[in-house]
Design a protein. Sequence first.
Length: 388
Amino acid sequence: MNSTPATSRRKLLQFGAAALPLAAFGSALPSVARAATAAGGATALRMPAEEDRHVRTFMAWPALSSVWGNSLGAVRRDIAKVAYAISRYEPVVLLARPSQAADARYLCGSGAYYGIDVIEIANDDLWIRDFGPTFVVGPGAIAGVDTNFNGWGKTAAPYAQPFAHDAVAAETLLGQYGVNRIQASFVGEGGSLETDGQGTLLATVSSLVNGNRNPGKSQDQVEQAMKAALGIDKVIWVPGLAGQDITDCHIDCLARFTAPGKVILDKPGRGADSKWIAVYEETARILRSATDAQGRALTVTELPGPDRSAIRGQGNDFLSSYTNYYTVNGAVIAPQFGDAYADGLAYTILQSAYPSRNIVQLNIDNIASGGGGIHCATQSQPVVPPLA
């Protein structure tokens, strides 16, 4: 019996974007993508740099007091603050459970220049970077890669938390916006993927080549799956550190591309645990000897963290990383932690790295207390490149 069109499409999209030219998608692509095919192009889709123009930013409303306890209200106020800051530069879409959408609209308020649109899609927590889609684009085309979020593989860990709604949010969101879904053949999170937009990916071994995400898969197998789904030519691996935080050391708290060939590296501040200093030192050694997909040596700029004794946040889970910033159209949205010297130095380094953008620093201590930051709480939908 012949497969239905829907079944055929599901089977096709599982192979990933880079493995197939646009023509292979045929009617499964939206009309703008079919226009690229009609023009004779065979360009594969590729994960763009975050610095590229965005259509919008996606965020999510933290839903569960069982996760945040008495801090839930304060965390929601931080999310509203971040959403408002981003909305000065580009539209924001905020996912919220239907029963919580009215409260989200109220706390996000009015006056946002580009607007904050609250849409009713059930979720569990705010970390949309990890459970939301990772977008890939090509001339006239866009798709969203679903990286099969499994709660960071922490189902049996003491700090496991509910993720059933988050696990299907990417598919629901893509369907609502009419963007085709590619189901990756690996398990990971958006925070574990950092690209220059020219085919180079940074990643930690600890967060991806890990039995809690990809059991039985070698590093090479995981790498090939990421290359296929994201249109990547070269992966630069750093070891990271497994089992010491809920993400197993995501790359977006450690090293970020600011431009092709240029990387910002998080340097733990005074009072940091020795294990994170060791991660930084090993990452610095690897990056300074690495070349990207184009054969360029990397220029590494260190971004020192705050003095742990001077920051406002408390607890071992507090993420005191300036590197977990988020680039939007015309600005960089970054944390500040109450260490005046380190906050000022971070501002200066980020302004030098992004001279054409405003640097906007926000107190997000309540979010940071949960082990994440501004980048973890956001996901960008890129502008579709024009047809050649």
